[in-house]
Write a protein that binds this ligand. Structure first.
Ligand SMILES: [Fe+2]
Ligand SMILES: [Fe+2]
Length: 291
């Protein structure tokens, strides 16, 4: 608790053991950051069992928008992620990269794409899940608009979705998939007290600003990537370096090598829908992973 008061208000609350009373109403969610390509899928498969044992989450969510070759997701790669112990997969701006997934987005209720695409596109932008303990978790996925495609306004779409999900959800979590830290921070403040957690995804670099906002919403600007360690946010570093040096276009390829996993553990009170803890997690598969 050495960081208490860093923000001048309530500090973030690390994960800690629970009293018996708290345990009855606690929902613990492990949220895994953007799984990138095969190294990311392998890292999830190898590291999630240990994390599950360590934290005993009631529900596991992963962002899978980069699961298939770094862009998009397929039925096969989604199955691998579910097989690794993930209960629900959120997506992002790369949701449409693999056309074969379009019908699967309609068929698979555990996939949640950004909600602020125009009406009529495949899939669902929110869903309510139930844990083995009987708590209901509303999950909303939204894309930001700063330096990204101009989708519907995520702030006003959130208003409507929270109103829709609230009656049937003990807790609500938003995956806010966005580029700009300002937009993510603003969104956290906008929904503070109305959802249990806002987890930023998309930039693939874990930020150290996890906290519980004054209204009770756990917030982190970006949970970080689950992908190849020796890369530029998942892509072969040689390709990105060449692009910066020459400004010539080049095809992105996922980097090889061992992956690492980035996540947050969230504790939410199912009687209030508010957060009581948020803690960053990073695990590597080998010493070359940089930890
Ligand atoms: Fe991503
Ligand atoms: Fe993205």
């Amino acid at each position: 608790m050495g960081r208490r008061g860093d923000w001048g208000t309530r500090s973030h609350s690390p994960i800690r053991p629970f009293t018996i009373l708290e345990r009855r109403r606690r929902v613990r969610i492990l949220f895994v950051g953007d799984i990138v390509g095969k190294p990311g899928r392998q890292a999830a498969a190898r590291l999630l069992p240990g994390l599950t044992e360590e934290f005993s989450p009631d529900f596991v969510i992963a962002n899978g928008e980069n699961a298939a070759g770094g862009m998009g997701i397929t039925k096969d790669t989604a199955s691998q992620i579910f097989g690794a112990g993930v209960d629900a997969v959120t997506l992002g701006n790369h949701v449409w990269a693999k056309k074969e997934v379009y019908p699967y987005l309609n068929e698979e209720p555990r996939l949640v794409r950004p909600a602020n695409y125009p009406a009529g596109v495949p899939g669902r932008g929110s869903a309510v899940f139930r844990t083995a303990g009987g708590d209901s978790i509303g999950v909303i996925c939204l894309c930001g608009r700063v330096f990204m495609d101009c989708l519907e306004n995520p702030f006003t779409i959130a208003d409507a979705l929270i109103e829709t999900l609230a009656p049937e959800s003990d807790v609500i979590l938003v995956d806010f998939h966005a580029e700009a830290t300002s937009e993510k921070t603003a969104f956290g403040w906008y929904v503070d007290g109305r959802v249990g957690a806002v987890i930023g995804t998309h930039t693939h670099v874990q930020t150290a600003d996890e906290r519980i906002l004054p209204g009770g919403t756990a917030y982190i600007t970006d949970v970080g990537m689950t992908g190849p360690a020796d890369s530029v946010i998942g892509v072969k570093k040689e390709i990105i370096l060449s692009r910066f040096l020459t400004l010539m276009p080049s095809k992105f390829e996922v980097a090889d090598g061992d992956g690492f996993l980035s996540a947050v553990v969230l504790d939410l009170d199912s009687s209030t829908g508010k957060a009581t803890g948020i803690e960053r997690v990073r695990r590597t598969m080998s010493p070359s992973g940089g930890e």
